[in-house]
Write a protein that binds this ligand. Structure first.
Ligand code: PRX
Length: 676
């Protein structure tokens, strides 16, 4: 138990500031514990109370939560409020405009890549734009249950189109606009999307990204594979119109297929600004979001409506201690789960005012984040450790130019945060006044699962602290035995909470194998975790073949597959290596085919290959020529050894199972010191 005044000798503890506790939703640890106890012991009643706030066309009648987590007994499934009828879009927009009188409240302050571009969107304007887009999608033939791919940058149309899908019961599949055409194609084909929403182009910092061209290439890939399901491509004139202020659009020389392509302003702006919501079952799908899988093929994580609505709404309210006059800013991209849950659905469900930012932290100058915080008087700020580490490098000077006194709560997400970055965030950005909520969660969990509450939880830098309401974490050892008290092992969850994924799209077997097969009866996160003597959880990182680059999960298998496609490569093995800004980066070992020479041109080609197959986020930092790879006698690559070589660890442990131990010496002597 953490007791105020009793300084922890192991780690420094930070207590919630008094001024925040005064009106906090959860003002102390005892209140947290009481609510948590209720959520675990009386989950039906707990969630029924939460559901009261929302609009139900048909109210919940039966059990709130039904599930099976034990793959040895039956099919794994999770159902929350099945039979109740509602609409996500109605709950996050109409309910605010009609029932809560928030029509004139700002939903988003949109801030462009360039500080000259900005827009303010109220809740009633947002509702109208969403209805127009919903009507346009219907005109294009989109019906309830159809999948719509969205490949857009951080512009208002991204929010309009995702909510338009939710309004008409279509399932959105948003693909981060930094993925390559092949990645986009793979996702479109897997979900059999019938419409693709994109933009002509966008600047990220100084770099122009030709989104329509990439989209065209993606549709070409689908066609080549005989799997072109997309019938219409809706294109936002963002580059031509919003950035250049003209309608010609020929700067990007966009290819135009009149049968398929439709300009957004022509199709959407003329539509009616009213559109009846489609009443959906609580368990109907809301969206698919692809995340890396350890086999190399991305998994379509499926979330459904009511559970996700309640969970993102409740976590947003408590974890950021949201109040009506807050200005909230999450710097993530909506292309990732953080943006889905904590830019769109959670904040809007609470009637919050948010900043929606198109740009990057260091454009046009390294103080851009701080400038925006001052400009909008941001009170709650949520970003990633990788951004904090990047900005740390520029010191405190850029911060000192701006007034950050509006800040009250800071948050982080995406990867373990090192105490040094945590302390800098707390001291330099938060000026020692603002709690830092280190939120642990996953695409699969839908919302925060281990997290502090800013008015209640004493903080230890680097720990995601305690479970959120309804979440029952457990630590298991290799044999699946539950470990009590202080312990380290596999982080699993014993039962579902409303926001957990419902499946892998179109693949129940993969869903069960990935998350439930290793330890029957538990959802397995894939992360290692330590519990300290106070019951605090410390994530120690992935324990599968995944790595976390700048807060984005990548699978080593996916990068290996991309490298192996190069004609010079016989075999490739990829491991992670620590990186001062990105957290982890990719270190690749490639064995070349006979007679192929390892040189700079080849390295550039290999990097290009990975960028083409996956996207720039997966670009390797290190590529080492490997005459052979350390393998067991049965031919399995010993990644542990490769990881140790990449990290320059001298003690390589037991190598007796290797078929050829000499290769380790060779690889060690040729390891890369500097990035490729
Ligand atoms: O390894 C954990 C890490 O990110 C993984 C989930 O990645 P993704 O599905 O892309 O979602 C990221 C945004 C929610 C986790 O399995 N991770 C996420 N948050 C934290 C974290 N690791 C440590 N601390 C965190 N706060």
């Amino acid at each position: 138990m953490v007791v105020p005044g009793q300084q922890n000798t192991e780690e420094k503890v930070f207590y919630p500031p008094e001024d925040l506790r005064v009106d906090a939703h959860v003002p102390d640890l005892n209140s947290y514990r009481a609510l948590y106890k209720k959520s675990i012991e009386e989950p039906e009643e707990f969630w029924r109370d939460v559901a009261q706030e929302f609009y139900w066309k048909e109210p919940p009648s039966g059990r709130m939560l039904q599930y099976n987590f034990d793959v040895t007994k039956d099919k794994v499934q999770i159902k929350f409020m099945e039979g109740a009828k509602t609409n996500m879009c109605y709950n996050v927009l109409d309910r605010n405009v009609l029932d809560r009188n928030l029509g004139t409240k700002v939903a988003f302050h949109w801030e462009g890549n360039s500080p000259d571009h900005h827009l303010t969107i109220t809740y009633s304007q947002l509702l109208k734009q969403v209805c127009r887009c919903a009507n346009a999608l219907k005109q294009m033939g989109v019906q309830k249950g159809d999948r719509v791919a969205i490949y857009l940058p951080m512009i208002p149309e991204l929010v309009y189109s995702m909510l338009a899908c939710a309004r008409i019961g279509a399932v959105h599949s948003i693909v981060f606009a930094g993925f390559s055409s092949e990645s986009l194609a793979e996702r479109i084909m897997d979900a059999q999307c019938t419409v693709l929403v994109t933009a002509d182009g966008v600047y990220r910092g100084e770099k122009l990204i030709k989104l329509k061209q990439i989209s065209d290439e993606a549709l070409d890939h689908c066609r080549e594979k005989g799997s072109l399901t997309v019938q219409k491509c809706l294109v936002v004139k963002h580059h031509a119109f919003r950035i250049h202020g003209n309608d010609t659009c020929n700067k990007l020389q966009t290819r135009w297929n009149a049968e398929c392509d439709v300009w957004w302003d022509e199709a959407v702006d003329s539509e009616s600004d009213e559109c009846d919501p489609e009443w959906m079952d609580a368990e109907d799908p809301l969206f698919i979001l692809y995340t890396s899988g350890s086999t190399g093929k991305p998994k379509g994580v499926l979330h459904t409506i009511a559970g996700y609505l309640l969970y993102t709404s409740l976590t947003f309210k408590y974890v950021f201690d949201h109040h009506h006059d807050d200005i909230y800013w999450c710097t993530a991209d909506i292309g990732w789960i953080t943006g889905h849950s904590y830019i769109t659905y959670g904040p809007l469900a609470n009637g919050a005012t948010s900043v929606l930012f198109e740009g990057i932290p260091i454009h046009p100058h390294v103080g851009r984040f701080w400038e925006i915080i001052e400009k909008y008087s941001v009170s709650k700020f949520y970003t990633a450790p990788t951004a904090i580490r990047l900005l740390m490098k520029y010191g405190r000077e850029p911060l000192n130019k701006y007034d950050l006194s509006s800040l009250r709560v800071l948050g982080t997400v995406g990867e373990p945060i090192n105490p040094e970055a945590w302390l800098w965030y707390h001291d330099a950005v938060g000026q020692g006044r603002c709690p830092v909520v280190d939120t642990f969660w996953q695409t699969e969990t839908g919302g925060h699962v281990l997290t502090p509450l800013p008015g209640a939880t004493p903080l230890k830098p680097g720990s995601a602290t305690l479970p959120f309401f309804g979440v029952l974490p457990t630590i298991l050892n290799e044999h699946g035995e539950e470990l009590e008290g202080e312990a380290e092992g596999y982080l699993v969850f014993q039962r579902p909470w409303p926001g957990i994924m419902r499946g892998v799209y179109g693949n129940q077997e993969r869903f069960e194998n990935t998350y439930f097969r290793k330890f029957p009866g538990f959802y397995v996160t894939g992360d290692g975790c330590r519990r300290d003597k106070d019951g605090y959880y410390w994530i120690t990182g992935r324990i599968d073949d995944m790595l976390n680059v700048s807060g984005h999960l990548l699978s080593t298998a996916e990068v290996e597959a991309a490298l192996s496609e190069h004609s010079a490569v016989a075999e490739a093995a990829v491991v992670s290596r620590p990186h001062s800004v990105k957290g982890e980066c990719l270190y690749c070992f490639v064995t070349l085919k006979d007679c192929r020479e390892f040189n700079h041109t080849l390295m550039d080609e290999l990097k290009r290959k990975v960028r083409e197959k996956i996207g720039p986020i997966a670009t390797p930092d290190f590529i080492q020529n490997a005459p052979g790879l350390p393998k067991t006698r049965s031919g399995k690559i010993m990644r542990r050894v490769l990881r140790q070589i990449a990290r320059n660890e001298k003690d390589l442990g037991d190598l007796s199972t290797l078929a050829d131990p000499n290769i380790v010496e060779v690889l060690l002597s040729q390891r890369c010191e500097a990035a490729a």
